[in-house]
Design a protein around this ligand. Structure first.
Ligand code: PLP
Length: 458
């Protein structure tokens, strides 16, 4: 793979200066942050790859929308606009605004999991897992085995393992499973795509056993671009058509609008069943606000209505996925191991391979994230055992399938030279990899601990 950069299909109209610290200053800042990158002040970060969530740059049309946003409590103009855009794009008859993806999970999952014991997904994202557990159920992951081999090529490493899914359903009892979730793209497996064929097969299995089928839709547009590239049946389809095929017959979806809808805040719930939608509306009113704004301000709703449309533009998606492929090609040249082929929103560096001397319980991916900050002021994060946390029953540290340091790329924010800085930093770190030490946790909360835990180098 040769590094080829697809030019930005936009030009820059407004800029935000970056602060550049010295290595000594960075050493001090990361120690003060207890070696948890979530505790760093953003102003002390040069290239912020912590997440692609809510960090995208809005377009001129979106900023114009911010001025147009109708802030009426009930029935604002922007409410009708976003309803129209979302129903057209996803094809589900009922959509509800909420303030972000986990709010969608908080509202929807307890409805689906009422009286049930399990949720099964290709892979649960961390907040989805947390909301399954808060609803009193257990979250089971069922991704294809190809996802576990980070170097082998496979078109759709995000797919559900359908045979294993059926075995789980038979073992656990269909009546105990509240929902089968398809996360697109599969974030925790490295932003890996799921084929439309696999989505259809999973949905058919769910429905055959009378189980609800839900899509965790945060990166529905990036997934659809991969489908166009890799699933021959869809090579001549538009992104809009692929999105419709993806959501066809899904019972519901939960979505963070902070990813592919390119807004800084927002979420959506979609459902087909009128009775479920009634419950969704009731819970939205208690947790989020009245149904026509659902925890969002009118200006943000207006920007979302526009972002939904810009997010499925094929030229934008070509550039967007092109950035990942460029960075991946540079890392490949430099001999840095990563989840390959690269996913849609991030490069997942394989810290288990880069730092083989650090065991999972000393958090190699976290160690690499700290090192990237020291090296070049880059903020990345652990998607591995540090994020996975402890077994809810035994309290013991779980071993994750992967130890990834995630370089999430914000949408329309960084340029080719920023990507080069990232690649060069990793190549420098590789040179001295055997000197890098693991970490231990000295303080942690019981749930979603990676956001606030304090660490010390060993
Ligand atoms: C981001 C994300 C969520 C949660 O959304 P927030 O807006 O961060 O609350 C859920 N699922 C997936 C796959 C995500 O990427």
């Amino acid at each position: 793979m040769k590094p080829i950069y697809i030019p930005e299909p936009f030009r820059i109209k407004s800029v935000e200066p970056l602060r550049i610290l010295t290595r000594e200053e960075r050493e001090q800042k990361i120690a003060e942050a207890n070696y948890n990158v979530f505790s760093l002040a953003a102003r002390d970060v040069c290239i912020d790859l912590l997440t692609d969530s809510g960090t995208g740059a809005m377009s001129t049309a979106q900023w114009a929308g911010v001025m147009m946003g109708d802030e009426s409590y009930a029935g604002a103009d922007c409410y009708y606009k976003v309803q129209q855009a979302a129903k057209k794009i996803f094809g589900l008859p009922h959509v509800q605004l909420v303030h972000q993806g986990r709010a969608a999970e908080k509202v929807l999952l307890p409805i689906l999991l009422e009286g049930k014991k399990y949720a099964i997904a290709n892979m649960h994202f961390d907040t989805t897992r947390a909301h399954v557990e808060l609803a009193g159920a257990r979250a089971i992951d069922c991704v294809v085995p190809e996802a576990l081999d980070t170097t082998a090529y496979f078109d759709f490493k995000g797919n559900m393992d359908c045979e294993k899914l059926e075995a789980y359903i038979r073992d656990l009892g269909a009546e105990n499973i509240g929902v089968i979730i398809m996360t697109i793209t599969n974030n925790s497996a490295g932003g890996q795509p799921v084929s439309v064929e696999n989505i259809r097969r999973t949905r058919e299995i769910a429905h055959r056993y009378g189980i609800k089928f839900m899509i965790d839709a945060a990166r529905f547009a990036e997934n659809s671009y991969f489908v166009k590239q890799r699933e021959p049946k869809f090579k001549d389809s538009s992104i809009a058509e692929i999105v419709r095929a993806t959501f066809e017959d899904a019972d519901c979806f939960a979505m963070s609008s902070k990813k592919d809808a390119i807004v800084n805040m927002g979420g959506l719930i979609g459902c087909r069943d009128k009775n479920i939608f009634e419950l969704v509306k009731q819970r939205t009113i208690s947790f989020e606000g009245f149904i026509t704004y659902g925890g969002m301000s009118g200006r943000d709703i207006e920007a979302l209505a526009q972002g939904l449309i810009e997010g499925i533009d094929e030229n934008y998606l070509k550039y967007r996925i092109g950035q990942m492929e460029y960075l991946a090609a540079r890392l490949e040249e430099g001999g840095i191991p990563f989840q390959s082929p690269v996913g849609g929103h991030a490069v997942f560096v394989d810290a288990k391979k880069l730092l083989p001397h650090i065991p999972y319980y000393e958090f190699p991916a976290q160690a690499l994230a700290v090192e990237l900050y020291r090296e070049a002021g880059i903020r990345a994060c652990d998607i591995g055992s540090f994020m996975l946390g402890n077994d809810p029953e035994t309290g013991k540290q779980l071993e994750a399938d992967f130890e990834f340091t995630r370089l999430a790329i914000p949408r329309r924010v960084y340029t080719q030279s920023h990507l080069d800085v990232i690649a060069d930093a990793l190549i420098n770190i590789k040179e001295r990899a055997d000197e890098i030490k693991g970490y231990k946790i000295v303080e942690e909360p019981p749930i979603l601990r990676h956001f606030t835990a304090k660490l010390r180098p060993l």
